[in-house]
Design a protein around this ligand. Sequence first.
Ligand SMILES: Nc1nc2c(ncn2[C@@H]2O[C@H](COP(=O)(O)OP(=O)(O)OP(=O)(O)O)[C@@H](O)[C@H]2O)c(=O)[nH]1
Length: 651
Amino acid sequence: MGKIRVYKLAEDLGLESSEVIDILNELGEEVSSHMSTVEDETADLVAEMVNEEAAEDTKTESGDDVIELETSLTVKELAEEMGEEPNSLMQELVGLGIMATINQELDEETIETVLAEYGYEVEFKTEEEEEGTSYNELVQDIDDDPEDIEERAPVVTVMGHVDHGKTTLLDAIRETNVTESEAGGITQHIGAYQVDVDGEKITFLDTPGHEAFTSLRARGAQVTDVAILIIAADDGVMPQTVEAINHAKAADVPIIVAINKVDKHNAQPERVKQELTEYELVPEEWGGNTICVPISALQKQNIDELLEMVILVSEMEELKANHDRPANGVVVEAELDKGRGPVATVLIKNGTLKIGDPIVAGLSYGTVKALVNDQGERVKKAGPAMPVGVLGFNSVPQSGDLLQVLEDEREVRKLAERRQDEKRQEDLSQKKTVTLDDLYDQIQEGEIKDLNIIIKGDVQGSVEAIKEALLQLSTDEVQVNVVHSGVGAVREADIMLATASNAIVIGFNVRPDDNARQAAEKEQVDIRTYRVIYKAIEDIRAAMEGMLEPDYKEIVLGRADVRDTFSVPKVGTIAGIYVTDGKVNRNANARLLRDNVVIFEGDIASLKRFEDDVREVDEGYECGLGLENFNDIKVGDTIEIYDYKEIKRTL
Ligand SMILES: Nc1nc2c(ncn2[C@@H]2O[C@H](COP(=O)(O)OP(=O)(O)OP(=O)(O)O)[C@@H](O)[C@H]2O)c(=O)[nH]1
């Protein structure tokens, strides 16, 4: 996810930087100057707000006798708009032959008729105008009182190469045991936990550690204030360590290095520090400003010091938030719980989330029914930097979605529905790429081979992680398409979609139900189930390597000078050559060069030493060589002998 500078955003929106800063501050974003950066998603939000404000302004300019209304209203809402009592409106409706209850929705025609009775004309709002109030109302309520601004807990992400000890460290910090219960030992769910260090709170975001989960980690960095980079002292800086460094740098997040496993006999903490300097992370003791703490996560050594450093670094960051305003936050994990319905783990960025708050996150909306803290206890509210399980969404939001609190349930529904519409439009316009016809065309053209995949999983976080990782496997030759992904068992509908789009189905921690199994057998759809994300990705990678055309690389076997030419009747020109380099192989290809210009490329017709046909002639020897269908050989030409070697492709 990208970022944009405030002045650029202002320019795009045709506003002054100060106006944009005001809006951002109202949204709880701490921006100080026109050079500050905001995430793209926040920028979109600002644009959304600005547009809607404009729509709102046009509305108020409407004439007196004309009432501007939405296309569908209940009797009560219409009465409110007209400044009438609902009862009198209901009586009026009865007069028109319409028996309506107070909460009954009225259609356009009825609204028009009844308003005409009252002497009004009605103008129905376009969809855009209808949305006008959503964020305005949110913003109107927010007026940050400086007294309400308080310090908040830092949000910390532990990043590092696989097996360098992330889980063990988080475990040591929480003093619980997570590593052993995980399938395959890889952290697969994003959780967030808050710990208490001498009265100071730290929020830990537990992001998966394998390179494949790049995108989730990148998202993690968006809410992260401090990154702990864990590096095993017996292994050093590895590819995912470098990735983690890059993510933290891109997100402008300070890095604290935890050099782990110093209890091991082959630990080389100094080497790790040396390696770090290559990535502009110079340890403090070497005159740089990177804090490095040697630890043993397993033996719980020096963990306190590491946490102290976290507190120290976050104090310098001056993390602030306003507890006394409607909340916003980020969905870090979401799943469908059998008993409780959609449950989203939300990290509150600013404000306080309370039971009863109308909420929207991505395409999902609802009213907060219950809040559960990281200990599994019910709580009434959640403040800044607190991770909390939110119950009450109508559907499962996606991890990474921004949570917003709006005025009422109607506002959140409207916003979510509008986003759903937009998504539908987007899906429709993209559908072309996954229809059977198109797939067929692409394969016929031989240009693209498509690997279509459907992903079902137990939690949204894993599904997203697999999806992102698989999409990244795409190459010029094989395009990976995730035609569908979602939370829940593999069902018959998934198999039907797989049949139609020639896709394979991946089930992560979920199994196909009976109908799906039967359908898959009948339609010969490949369902693969996994319990470890890494394994799923490896399998697909291998399958893709099988699909790829083998790659050939040219190798020059030898070179020879043409020293003489003979014209042989019925055969053509034979060159008397001297092998200067390597060897000449009868079955290889030949290239005739004249002043380094390729004159001919093709097969060798004959290779003779004296009168005998030979298969090979080595460097330093002379021989006679004929080229297939080519006679224009001259003394002084060079013959290059080359072959092709099959290269095993890696993606
Ligand atoms: N000796 C020693 N072993 C450790 C230490 N920390 C972790 N380990 C071991 O290293 C292995 C990997 O640790 P994890 O915590 O699972 O590593 P991770 O980075 O979370 O790995 P993923 O969750 O798979 O990404 C386990 O066998 C741990 O017991 C340590 O300080 N000392």
